[in-house]
Structures are given as structure tokens and as C-alpha cells.
Design a protein around this ligand. Structure first.
Ligand SMILES: [Zn+2]
Length: 579
């Protein structure tokens, strides 16, 4: 961490054209402290984040680097200059988030770091998809408002707005604008208007103001519908149309105002420049109105068009199912792949793609070696399994899961492998559970049980996520003998993490006799609800789950929202011809 810090600090000084604004810089690792705090000259870190050894896994390294870079950037943005008032808190956090990606890329120019967890904008989607989200620049009236503003909208969406601005202006203009903003503020307090004015200089550009205003003072995320027209002899035309992205579940509460929201969006697309497909063209359009049409810089009809080049834009995009399918996965960056899978997910949740089309596109994306892409696919599969897949469709759905995931699990293995690519280590635990649970794969359950029992006999050091996954997978097919071993191990272990995992795994039993007692004990715990949703998939368990839910109305309310069908349109689809 010390080596990387040096490099990152030097990079920031050079990029910002200004030395570190304080005379000294120390780090202190604090036990039982959450996150980190950018005190000038003495940054405090959770010891769990900072004190990692060289053998730490990729996720811990990413976190340590990302948090350190974030705090270093705060020395300028937050410490040297600081917002005039809390409504512009984003001026601190968005800059720290955006700059952390650049600094980490310098210290660790590894592709795996391209989608840095603490800067990942997709974490803001869940809030921004709803009708009750927060604005990046929000009115602050009370202390509760201040507390609420330290959220993913301020950090992740705020950072994404700066990324989008840089994609639009280019690296040089962006850097010059940021330097001007720092110089103009000169160690004082700042407001958003100051940043906007610095970015507009020297030419004065009204569009920058509209861009900032529409993204800072409106909730929600735009969706861009892109279509290419290749008619007759002239060059192909690109039509872009914007609307607010709204998943179907928001439909009952949408107002006219919710639907007619518009943004000033810099849309940058990429497509092959000629029929050979060897070179590509990047082309940007300012989408300030509902729709715009531009002429593509190629004579031939492009084989594909990516509507978010570099995934720098904060928007979802919509193509025809065929337009999605033609995107060349091997030519997309990790960030672009993540943007694609989120756009497909968004289109499924809005009813723009039906389930069969959506699943076809997701199956293609299984080839992408990215933990984040796989996580999105897993989430969709669990949502389907817990909502629209009924008893009639279940065998076909499980068969599909086995067809998708058996080859991948075979490749990554169920135990750690020396020299495995880091994405394998990260994706292995969830993949196994998905195949064993949704894929109802008894062979995998038996295989994992053998490894788990050997470990219980001789509990050597093990990755906690892997242990958790083994416990969950083996629990699915557990008999009384295995259940007894779980309970014994839970009582006898002195490792509090292991104790926690054992107690959680008791909810994973699918044998009605074994599940009843853990449910009766823990039905009030929110942690049990997703487990209940999982258990509801099994007809033999429904009565038990229902009985466990009955005593508490709060639990019933929460459970109702979990079990509500994902969306009305999805259920009305003739549920796929799953093979
Ligand atoms: Zn921060």
C-alpha cells in the first residue's frame, strides 16, 4: 500500500498541476473503524481495509487501493477546497470517486481494476430506477438530510457524471477545466456553479450548464433507444431517442411528470468503419431534445453499433434484440460488457425485451470473464426463479441452468486452484450455489459435501466465501446426519465467522423436517427473508414457510414485496420455450 500510495500521490499532483496542499501526510489504521476519513495530513483507515498483506485476494487489494486513492483525492477536493453547503457535498465525493479510478489505473494498470468497486456507477442504479430517488444536488434542511446524502447517488452517480463529462470534453479539456476550478476556488469554499463556470471557460458553452443541471437536479436515469437506418445509396443514419428509464414495477405510481423527464446527454457511439470491421469509429452527439438524427461516418451499413462507447455515459441503452446480439463481446472492454449486461437487464425489467430474448442475450454473455457481469446475470436468474418460474416451468428452467453453468463450474472447479485467474476465485462461490440450487444439481451437491466433510474433520484455513458456498450447497441435499454435523460444528467452533456461517446455513436445508426448526426460531430476522423466498420455490416447503410467516405482520409485508411477481408484463408472456 505504501508503494502504491507514493505513485498515486505523485500522479494526482501532476494531474491537478498542484502539489499536495499539506505539509505532511500520515496514515493511521484504526481497529473496528468503518471506511476511512480524509483528515488533512492524517488519514484514518479501517485497519481491515489498509493492513492487507501481499497475499490478500484481488477484492481486498482493489478495496485497499480504491479507498486509498479516494482519500488522497480528498486532500484537494474536500480538504483544500470544500463545499459552501451540504447540498454540494457531491463536489467532494464525486471528485474523489472519479479521480480514484484514474489514480488506481496508474498504480495497478491491470485490466481487472477497470471496474473499480468503490467507483462502480451501477451501484446507484437500484436507487435511480425508482420513483423516490435522491438528486445528486439535493435540498438539505435537517441533520437527517445530511446523513442521507452520504449515499450511492452522491458518490457513484456523482462520479459517473464527471466520467461522462470527461468522455464528452476529452481528457485534456477536462483536466484543464479541473485545474481552473481548483485555482479559482483557491483554498476556499465552492458551489456547483463555480465548477460549471470553470468547465465552460474559455469558450463559454451553454450546453455544459444544461448537462450539469439536468443530471444534478433530476432523479432517474435516461434510456437511449438507438437505431441505424441503411436505406438506399446515402450513408447510414443513426436515430437516438431518449426517455426516462422506468421498470414495470413503478408503473402503478408513475405520473406524467415522471415520464416526460429529459436530459442533456452526450451520447458517444462506436461502430466498424467499413465492411471489413478491422477499424472502428467513435462518434458523439449532444442529445438535448427527445430525439436526434445524425449521419454515420461510414459508407457501408455497420455490422454493429455500441451506443455507449467506453461506457462513459450514465444511461441505459436499448437496441433491437438483434442489435444487442450482434455486439462483438470480444471487442468490448470490461466496463462496456458491464454496461451491456445492465442495459439488457434494464430492458427485461421494463418489458422492452421479453424473457426469452433476454435469456438468449445473457447466455451469450456467460463467455465474459467478469465477476460483475456474472453477478448481474445471477441476480436476474434468481429473480426469475423467485417470481415468474412456476412449478410447471421449473424442470426446464433447472435444465437450462445446468446447460449454462456445468461447463463453467467444471472449468473453475469447486476447490481453489493454484494459478487460477482471479475472476475464477471470485465467481466460484456464487456459481456453485447457483448450479446446485437453481440447477438442482445433485451430483454437485454430493461432490461439495465430500469436500465439506473432509474440511469439518480437519478445519484448515479456508476462504470464508468458499466455506459459505460449500455449506449452502451441501445444505440443499442435507440429511439428518449432515444437519447434526452443522449444529455440532456451530456449537464447538471458536471462530465467530464460522459460527455465523453455520447458523446461516441452517436455513438452506430443503428437507422439510430439517428446515422447520431454524425457520421457527429466526422468522423475525430480515436475513431470513431471502432464504424464505428461496424455500418458497419448493412446493414441499411452502406450507412450512407460510406457517413461519404468519405470526408477524411486518414479516408478512416484507415477504409480500419479495414474492410479488417481478412485473406484470413478464408474467403475461407465454413463459418461454425453455429447452
Ligand atoms: Zn469520500
Amino acid at each position: 500500500m505504501l508503494e502504491s500510495t507514493d505513485e498515486m500521490l505523485r500522479y494526482l499532483e501532476e494531474y491537478l498541476g498542484m502539489p499536495m496542499p499539506f505539509r505532511k501526510l500520515d496514515f493511521i489504521a484504526v481497529p473496528r473503524f468503518g471506511g476511512a476519513m480524509e483528515n488533512p495530513g492524517l488519514i484514518t483507515f479501517s485497519s481491515a481495509i489498509l493492513l492487507i498483506g501481499k497475499s490478500a485476494d484481488a477484492a481486498a487489494q482493489r478495496r485497499a487501493l480504491g479507498v486509498t486513492a479516494h482519500e488522497l483525492a480528498h486532500l484537494w477536493f474536500g480538504d483544500f477546497i470544500t463545499p459552501d453547503y451540504w447540498n454540494d457535498l457531491w463536489l467532494n465525493e464525486a471528485f474523489a470517486t472519479w479521480l480514484s479510478v484514474k489514480a488506481v489505473a496508474i498504480a495497478q494498470p491491470d485490466q481487472a481494476y477497470e471496474v473499480l468497486d468503490i467507483a462502480d456507477k451501477t451501484a446507484a442504479y437500484e436507487i435511480d430506477h425508482g420513483l423516490d430517488g435522491r438528486r445528486v444536488r439535493e435540498t438539505i434542511m435537517s441533520r437527517d438530510d445530511i446523513r442521507a446524502s452520504f449515499d450511492r447517488i452522491t458518490y457513484r452517480k456523482g462520479g459517473a457524471i464527471l466520467t461522462m463529462l470527461e468522455g464528452w470534453l476529452g481528457e485534456e479539456r477536462m483536466r484543464d477545466g479541473v485545474r481552473r476550478y481548483l485555482r479559482n476556488a483557491d483554498g476556499g469554499t465552492v458551489v456547483a456553479e463555480g465548477l460549471i463556470a470553470s468547465m465552460e471557460e474559455p469558450s463559454g458553452n451553454i450546453e455544459i450548464k444544461r448537462f450539469f443541471t439536468t443530471f444534478l437536479t433530476q432523479t432517474g436515469i435516461p434510456q437511449i433507444h438507438a437505431s441505424v437506418q441503411c436505406n438506399g445509396a446515402g450513408p447510414p443514419k443513426l436515430t437516438l431517442r431518449q426517455s426516462r428509464y422506468l421498470p414495470l414495477e413503478t408503473r402503478p405510481r408513475q405520473t406524467k411528470e415522471d415520464r416526460k423527464r429529459r436530459w442533456h446527454i452526450p451520447v458517444c457511439v462506436r461502430y466498424p468503419s467499413d465492411a471489413s470491421g478491422t477499424a472502428t469509429v467513435r462518434q458523439c452527439t449532444d442529445l438535448g431534445e427527445v430525439s436526434a438524427q445524425t449521419t454515420l461516418k461510414t459508407k457501408s451499413c455497420p455490422a454493429w453499433l455500441l451506443p455507449n462507447d467506453g461506457d462513459t455515459g450514465y444511461y441505459h441503452y436499448m437496441l433491437s434484440a438483434d442489435g444487442f446480439a450482434r455486439l462483438p463481446l470480444d471487442q468490448l472492454s470490461p466496463k462496456e460488457s458491464l454496461g451491456l449486461v445492465h442495459s439488457v437487464s434494464a430492458a427485461m425489467h421494463a418489458g422492452d425485451l421479453n424473457i426469452e430474448q433476454g435469456l438468449g442475450l445473457l447466455e451469450r454473455m456467460l463467455a465474459v470473464k467478469s465477476i460483475k457481469v456474472h453477478e448481474v446475470i445471477h441476480e436476474i436468474l434468481y429473480e426469475l426463479a423467485n417470481s415468474v418460474i412456476g412449478d410447471r416451468e421449473r424442470p426446464a428452467f433447472a435444465a437450462m441452468i445446468r446447460r449454462w453453468y456445468r461447463p463453467i463450474v467444471q472449468q473453475v472447479g469447486v476447490t481453489p486452484r493454484p494459478q487460477a485467474e482471479s475472476w475464477m476465485t471470485e465467481v466460484r462461490p456464487t456459481l456453485m450455489l447457483l448450479l446446485a440450487d437453481l440447477g438442482e444439481d445433485p451430483a454437485l451437491q454430493r461432490q461439495v459435501r465430500r469436500h465439506l466433510e473432509a474440511w469439518l474433520d480437519d478445519p484448515v484455513k479456508i476462504d470464508l466465501l468458499l466455506l459459505n458456498s460449500w455449506l449452502q450447497v451441501a445444505a440443499l441435499g442435507a440429511d439428518e446426519a449432515l444437519a447434526t454435523r452443522y449444529k455440532d460444528a456451530m456449537r464447538s467452533t471458536r471462530n465467530r465467522y464460522h459460527k455465523f456461517l453455520f447458523s446461516g446455513a441452517l436455513h438452506g436445508f430443503r428437507n422439510p423436517k430439517l428446515l422447520a426448526s431454524p425457520l421457527a426460531r429466526n422468522q423475525r430476522s430480515p436475513a431470513a427473508w431471502p432464504v424464505l423466498a428461496g424455500a418458497m420455490r419448493y412446493p414441499a416447503l411452502r406450507k412450512i414457510v407460510f406457517e413461519a410467516l404468519k405470526p408477524s405482520s411486518i414479516v408478512q409485508e416484507e415477504a409480500a414485496s419479495l414474492f410479488a411477481p417481478m412485473c406484470d408484463k413478464a408474467t403475461s408472456h407465454p413463459l418461454l420455450n425453455l429447452r
